[in-house]
Write a protein that binds this ligand. Structure first.
Ligand SMILES: Cc1ncc(COP(=O)(O)O)c(C=O)c1O
Length: 409
């Protein structure tokens, strides 16, 4: 069926052979893994690195490891490694805690940096944690929250706005936001641009420094492949670090942590954003995972991702006529996923998994296929689209009423 797609996949895979990093990951045979935007795959070397931390460092050198194995500096060292991927010069990214915590911390810092402004602007359909954190911080600092469609936001900005908080890529639709343009619009009224990079870090060039972003947060366990519960990261642009107020002051962020001083005095630089003892095993797993990006330009990852997602869409168009795409067609507007609306999306995702194609469901009706470019091929995209067609055909036979709504010919 559709040999032409196989031929196109083969020639695209040849053309993109330089960015095929499949050998840097451990993935089960026979699985097309399209959920790397929820939990990234396991990079080669991570299991050994963690075993060595456990046996060779913790098990052997015990507490001396905090110094001899660089545990103490890990949050900022791994932060610099993340910084290389999101376009931040060293000394501006810290790793540890969850995205929710980092966002909470960033928004309080934004409120302290803009004490005379009383509005926070954000997207109406943001990820739940972002909404909850924004509402929670707004209650605490006295902000009014304005929810809007992203395209409406530039028109809503005025000098009462303290911060604009947005996801770089929409978790549900995969829509890529214009980070440079929205950051510039935010700055034009003197507000701060705060970005959630959960669905772009490791998949899309972010170039935080180049675009003058103020504060940013993101997950370690999606496209950065740090493993389940991997710590998140927080970016504080260097120009804000001296005045950065840490709403969660802990001893790890103290200027002299081992003085055990009774009064808090924030450390200089990004260390001021540290809180308490980090989850070292997860942090060092993330450090090992980031080596999967060694020698790789994130722009090349993006080029591969666009080719894969564009081809996946073309395969679905060819095999599932009339598919209702949730993700933008235009390369400039698409992150690294392809979503399809369907009223039976939940069941379709389960049926795909049985066929070895692992995606996920996002309420209310989206089959979300995340494309982590380093370990996926164009041939995988054909496999996924064929599985989708087969699932839809099987479902139609079970419930002929569907055939009238979602014709698969
Ligand atoms: C946009 C976005 N923000 C935040 C999170 C998660 O935050 P946390 O690390 O606190 O669980 C996710 C997780 O899927 C997400 O997609």
């Amino acid at each position: 069926m559709n040999d032409d797609l196989d031929q196109r996949a083969a020639s695209l895979d040849t053309a993109h052979a330089d960015t095929d990093l499949r050998a840097r990951f451990e993935l089960p045979e026979g699985v097309v893994y399209l959920d790397g935007n929820s939990l990234g795959a396991l990079p080669v070397g991570v299991a050994d690195a963690v075993a060595s931390v456990i046996r060779g460092q913790w098990g052997t050198d015990l507490i001396a490891s905090w110094n001899t194995h660089g545990w103490w500096d890990a949050p900022t060292r791994v932060g610099d490694a993340v910084g290389r991927i999101v376009g931040a010069a060293p000394g501006q990214v810290v790793v540890g805690d969850s995205t929710s915590v980092r966002l909470h911390q960033s928004l309080h810092a934004a409120a302290a940096l803009r004490p005379d402004s009383s509005v926070v602007v954000t997207e109406a359909d943001g990820f739940p944690t972002d909404r909850y954190v924004i509402d929670g911080v707004a209650d605490q600092v006295g902000w009014r929250v304005v929810h809007a469609r992203v395209d409406e936001i530039p028109g809503l900005l005025d000098d009462d706005v303290a911060a604009v908080v947005l996801s770089h890529v929409d978790y549900r639709t995969g829509e890529l936001r214009d980070l440079p343009g929205l950051t510039a619009a935010t700055h034009s009224v003197g507000a701060l641009a705060v970005w959630d990079l959960c669905h772009s870090a490791g998949a899309v060039p972010v170039d935080l420094d180049t675009h003058g972003v103020d504060l940013a947060v993101g997950c370690g366990y999606k496209y950065l492949n740090g493993g389940p519960g991997a710590p998140a990261f927080g970016y504080v642009a260097r120009r804000h670090q001296d005045t950065f107020v840490n709403v969660l002051p802990g001893w790890n962020g103290h200027a002299e942590p081992f003085d055990m001083a009774t009064e808090y005095r924030g450390a200089p630089g990004i260390s001021r954003a540290r809180i308490g003892t980090p989850p070292l095993l997860s942090l060092l797993a993330l450090e090992a995972a980031l080596r999967a990006f060694d020698g790789i330009d994130i722009g090349d990852v993006r080029a591969r991702s666009l080719s894969l997602t564009g081809f996946l869409r073309a395969c679905i168009e060819a095999l599932v006529p009339g598919a209702a795409f949730a993700s933008p067609k235009d390369d400039a507007e698409r992150g690294s996923q392809v979503g399809v609306h369907h009223p039976a999306a939940y069941g379709i995702v389960q049926a795909l998994a049985v066929r070895g194609v692992v995606g996920d469901f996002r309420t209310p009706d989206i089959v979300r296929l995340g494309v982590a470019a380093p370990y996926l091929t164009h041939a995988d995209m054909v496999t996924a689209a064929r599985a989708l067609r087969a699932v839809l055909l099987a479902e139609e036979q079970l419930d002929p009423a569907w055939a009238t709504r979602h014709t698969v010919t």
